[in-house]
Design a protein around this ligand. Structure first.
Ligand SMILES: [Fe+2]
Length: 379
């Protein structure tokens, strides 16, 4: 009911949303800038037909979101993980011998084709049978990532398998805490925000669930795009112009890039994490314009609507594999059993723990669409 009310309300005001609504809620400047010519090339707002447009109602059975592994993959991956785990390797520096993972590689390439590049853009993978310890589960996902391409470094420390857990329950993102080091929820986003290069596959593995909360949320970026085309096409144009982003985790510098861009198939892609962008604009003493603010408020408003949110709780060992630039993801706030701390005791888990890996694959749909025209900007 709530989402229908919002939709109807927005539809009623649609003819005037660009002028009267902006003027009322965001001041006269927004209404004025919304019509101002911009030299940056933007694609006219247009709905996109794509299999990546989905709504939660399309999946009445939560199990249908989950794939199963062929027995050959369970067998091959568990055997290889066990043999490698004995050597206690460092995930950040190890080389993966994918020639020992042929069934796994074949399976991953097929899933990538059927579900990540095509299909709805995400899947949930089950735990690998017989792998129960945290180091083993970490390696299993890391090996699957390596079967898709080169796992990416995610910060200045060179981490490729980043652990997601609350480091300090009293420190929030508004204090500078990174999302993956906090227990806060909401703030649906894409991970592709702290480097200008575009990559597409993200793996998020549940190594230990929270005591309470921490439910995962997935939203179709295509559905949000098409909805905004309908209710506020001006925002689609604004989102294709530059915002400031931080190299958070890499350096204190900044770059500029649009939030919304399109891949070579003409499908909408997003680079979006509001807290980091707001921080960049604040640190650069360049406040977001009212027009920019309206556009990101519209994204957040859509992402928080029940009509768009697909929610599920991950069991230990399950992995979300998603097309990062075409899927908004997030979680609900969570509470842990133990005290938050900088170091996680992997042998005695009691707090929520996930592992995140990123990979740029060989497919061409996302190459050459780096929209950043300005990089390494100093404060
Ligand atoms: Fe994320």
């Amino acid at each position: 009911m709530a989402s229908r009310f919002v939709r109807n309300t927005l539809q009623l005001i649609r003819p005037v949303v660009s002028q009267q609504h902006q003027q009322r809620c965001y001041g006269a400047a927004a209404a004025a800038t919304a019509t101002k010519a911009d030299t940056q090339t933007v694609r006219p707002p247009k709905k996109v037909n794509s299999s990546k447009h989905y709504l939660p109602g399309d999946f009445p059975n939560e199990q249908s979101l989950r794939l199963s592994f062929p027995d050959a993959v369970h067998k091959e991956l568990s055997a290889y993980v066990r043999s490698v785990a004995k050597t206690k390797p460092n995930i950040d520096t190890m080389k993966v011998d994918t020639s020992k993972l042929q069934a796994t590689q074949e399976f991953c390439k097929q899933v990538e084709q059927d579900h990540i590049l095509n299909g709805r853009g995400f899947v949930i993978l089950p735990p690998i049978k017989g792998l129960d310890t945290i180091p083993e589960m970490r390696l299993a996902t890391f090996f699957m990532t390596a079967c898709c391409g080169e796992p990416l470094v995610q910060n200045a420390e060179g981490n490729k398998g980043v652990l997601v857990y609350d480091r300090d329950a009293s420190r929030l993102m508004r204090d500078g805490q990174r999302y993956h080091q906090s227990h806060e929820g909401g703030s649906l986003h894409t991970d592709n925000v702290n480097v200008p290069d575009v990559w597409e596959s993200m793996f998020l593995t549940c190594l230990y669930p929270a005591f309470l909360g921490g439910e995962s949320i997935v939203v179709s970026a295509t559905a949000v795009h098409n909805y905004l085309v309908e209710v506020c096409p001006e925002a689609i144009e604004t989102l294709q112009r530059d915002y400031y982003f931080e190299y958070r985790g890499f350096s204190n510098k900044f770059y500029k890039a649009p939030i919304l861009f399109y891949n070579t198939r003409g499908e909408p892609c997003f680079r979006y994490l509001r807290d980091y962008m707001e921080s960049a604009h604040k640190r650069l003493n360049t406040p977001l314009t009212n027009e920019q603010l309206l556009a990101i408020d519209l994204i957040d408003a859509c992402n928080e609507l029940s009509k768009f949110q697909l929610r599920t709780s991950f069991a230990k060992g399950e992995t979300l594999w998603c097309n990062d630039v075409q899927t908004f993801h997030g979680r609900t706030r969570f509470v842990d059993s133990g005290k938050a701390g900088l170091v996680y005791d992997l042998d005695h888990p009691e707090n929520r723990l996930y592992q995140r890996t990123w990979v740029k694959t060989e497919n061409k749909d996302f190459r050459g669409i780096n929209q950043s025209r300005y990089e390494n900007i100093d404060a």
